[in-house]
Ligand binder design. Structure first.
Ligand SMILES: Cc1cc2nc3c(=O)[nH]c(=O)nc-3n(C[C@H](O)[C@H](O)[C@H](O)COP(=O)(O)O)c2cc1C
Length: 190
């Protein structure tokens, strides 16, 4: 243990966290909630995991329909994104906040205004003490050409934003630093 470091206890988070809108049908109505606890967790099949509190309206929808979407919003959507994290679909209709479309599964509402939409079918649920870890298999993903570069999502065009907790702040993304799986090569065999 370094004598220079201060213990922060166990309640720490990743720095930064992504910010996405998770879509699900609840009682037949599209609902969207803000989520920071999300990650790709398997290569093949392509699996995406989200950690959703048991109490959330979205959790019931995903359990019942076995489908959800992960939508990556742009910074221009920041107010609507925060709103979706402040109010529950249990008491407030969030279905008309965005233009909605569906993929081949037909059960995961997705947001037209988000630069990237990922449709998932529920693969597995891991019940943790406060959260369901919903693991979804990616069925397909969509983006408009203006958000793509060389056929892949272009982070600069998408302009996503990230989250820090516990200060609860949204941040823009920074500058390009280096090419991954490449910049470290110069240390190989060093
Ligand atoms: C920035 C932000 C990130 C959030 N991340 C999560 C999360 O990862 N998991 C979670 O269960 N709730 C998270 N929440 C809280 C839910 O989005 C919030 O409780 C929402 O109202 C639930 O909506 P629902 O009841 O319609 O499903 C987050 C809220 C905000 C503002």
């Amino acid at each position: 243990m370094s004598s220079e470091k201060t213990s922060l206890g166990a309640n720490v988070f990743l720095y930064p966290m992504p910010v996405v809108l998770v879509g699900a049908l609840v009682d037949g109505k599209a609902n969207f909630m803000t989520v920071g606890w999300v990650s790709r967790v398997n290569f093949k099949p392509a699996l995406m995991a989200i950690a959703i509190n048991h109490a959330h309206h979205t959790a019931r929808g995903i359990t019942e329909t076995e489908a959800f979407s992960v939508n990556i919003p742009g910074a221009d959507m920041i107010e609507a994104v925060d709103y979706c994290g402040l109010v529950s679909g249990r008491g407030t209709d969030k279905s008309s906040l965005f233009d909605v479309f569906y993929g081949s599964g037909g059960k995961a509402p997705m947001i037209v205004q988000c630069p990237l939409n990922i449709e998932c079918r529920l693969h597995q649920t891991v019940d943790l003490p406060t959260n369901h870890l919903f693991i979804g298999e990616i069925v397909d993903a969509w983006a408009e050409p203006r958000f793509l570069k060389d056929g892949h999502p272009d982070i600069q065009a998408m302009s996503p934003f990230v989250l820090t907790m516990p200060d609860n702040v949204y941040w823009g993304i920074g500058e390009r630093l280096a090419r991954a799986w490449s910049v470290g090569k110069k240390l190989k065999g060093a």
